[in-house]
Design a protein around this ligand. Structure first.
Ligand SMILES: NC(=O)c1ccc[n+]([C@@H]2O[C@H](COP(=O)([O-])OP(=O)(O)OC[C@H]3O[C@@H](n4cnc5c(N)ncnc54)[C@H](O)[C@@H]3O)[C@@H](O)[C@H]2O)c1
Length: 368
């Protein structure tokens, strides 16, 4: 198979990680780098090991010039909606960094555009690509009826830059990873949430760097998140510390090492599962495989939006002090998306959806 010709948009901090991953993957070939900041694009070409790689500020122009077959979007969240639309309408499948878009409404618009153009939009929710997370789910499957899943997340990073200035930094920039992993592990979707976010007195972040949330999932399962980005001492892993409790026992995962389970006092031995690769490299392989086979990948935009809805619902709960129903968040976002949609075909798709939840969870047609 000849490698897939990709243009990468965005060559900032995370963009450099992607350039290294693309260079290491023989199934893809980087044919161009787009960035509003041409110096960043040129520096990206150096990082990719080939300063002669074409660079530009226009995705449409560079993709046409280089004969690109797909787009990697590693821009900032505010640019995810316009860049993805530009690519889909040019017939170019997109693998985009999380979050799918800045808001659930924009993400619904992108799901509708993927439907109306018939072109794949996959979100790289990188922490899903972890064989130990897959193994943890295998343990959880052995617990029988489930009661509770919980994540404790405690880190104390000094990032500098935009994260220390933004609102709701923990919920918006980080919590989508464990929220998405909770959906993956439970194999169910969320129903409602009560959340309190807060900022400890010693926090070096302007926005709330800590949050406690209780989600109710389908089948009355609780997912409890207790996270902080300003919790020095005895830090957890970046994936957090996980515990699942079911009728037959408990499963544990520290986020870094092999998970375990205890079933009625004996160690659980779950069935082996296929490997999924490691973080963004796993997402990239899954994207290429999807384009080659037509199989819908994990992270296809419809399947990813509920994780973003969990973030938006948690923030709405913390603002209102009330429990927030996820379907209400989805319905409000749907109305907003319909009102804002400028593309007739995408608006028709949005208007044809019955319940948003059903539109997001129904089988998605094979993509190309
Ligand atoms: N999966 C993870 O663990 C992880 C970690 C860090 C960042 N991210 C995600 O990666 C994305 C990028 O984050 P970052 O830290 O690299 O940001 P960044 O600000 O360092 O880089 C973004 C780059 O995109 C460029 N850009 C912005 N708008 C553009 C547009 N319209 N067209 C072309 N270029 C544009 C900027 O000039 C900049 O060079 C974000 O969505 C972020 O959430 C994911």
């Amino acid at each position: 198979m000849t490698p897939l010709r990709v243009v990468q948009v965005g060559a900032g901090g995370m963009g450099r990680a992607w350039l290294g991953t693309v260079a290491a993957d023989p199934e893809v070939e980087l044919v161009g780098i787009v960035d509003l900041d041409l110096d960043a694009a040129r520096a990206g070409a150096e990082t990719a090991g080939d300063p002669s790689i074409p660079v530009g500020t226009s995705l449409t122009a560079l993709a046409a010039e280089t004969g690109a077959e797909a787009v990697l979007d590693v821009t900032v969240p505010v640019a995810h909606h316009p860049i993805t639309l530009e690519a889909l309408h040019a017939g170019l499948p997109v693998l985009g960094e999380k979050p799918a878009a800045q808001t659930v409404a924009e993400a619904l618009s992108l799901a509708a555009a993927a439907e109306s153009t018939g072109v794949l939009f996959m979100v790289s929710q990188s922490r899903r690509y972890n064989d130990r997370l897959v193994a943890f789910r295998q343990h959880v499957r052995g617990l029988g009826d489930l009661g509770t899943l919980s994540t404790r997340f405690a880190k104390a990073p000094h990032f500098g830059g935009f994260r220390e200035e933004m609102d709701d930094v923990l919920l918006l920039d980080m919590a989508i990873h464990p929220f998405d992993s909770a959906r993956y592990v439970l194999e169910r979707d969320p129903v409602s949430v009560y959340c309190e976010s807060y900022n400890p007195s010693w926090s070096w972040y302007r926005g709330d760097a800590a949050a406690a949330a209780v989600f109710t999932f389908e089948d009355d399962i609780r997912y409890v998140y207790d996270g902080s980005w300003c919790a020095p001492g005895a830090e957890t892993s970046w994936n957090g510390d996980w515990r699942a409790s079911g009728a037959a026992g408990t499963a544990l995962w520290d986020g870094d090492h092999d998970p375990s389970s205890d079933l009625d006092g004996t160690p659980g031995s779950p069935a082996a599962a296929d490997g999924v690769g490691e973080e963004i490299a796993g997402a990239l392989s899954s994207f290429v495989r999807a384009l080659r086979t037509g199989v819908t990948p994990d992270g296809e935009v419809h399947g990813n939006i509920m994780s973003l809805a969990m973030v938006e619902a948690a923030i709405a709960s913390t603002r209102s002090g009330q429990r927030v129903v996820i379907d209400e968040v989805l319905d409000r976002a749907h109305a907003e998306a319909l009102a804002a949609e400028r593309d007739d075909a995408a608006r028709e798709r949005l208007a044809a959806w019955g319940s948003v939840r059903n539109a997001l969870t129904a089988a998605v047609p094979a993509t190309g």
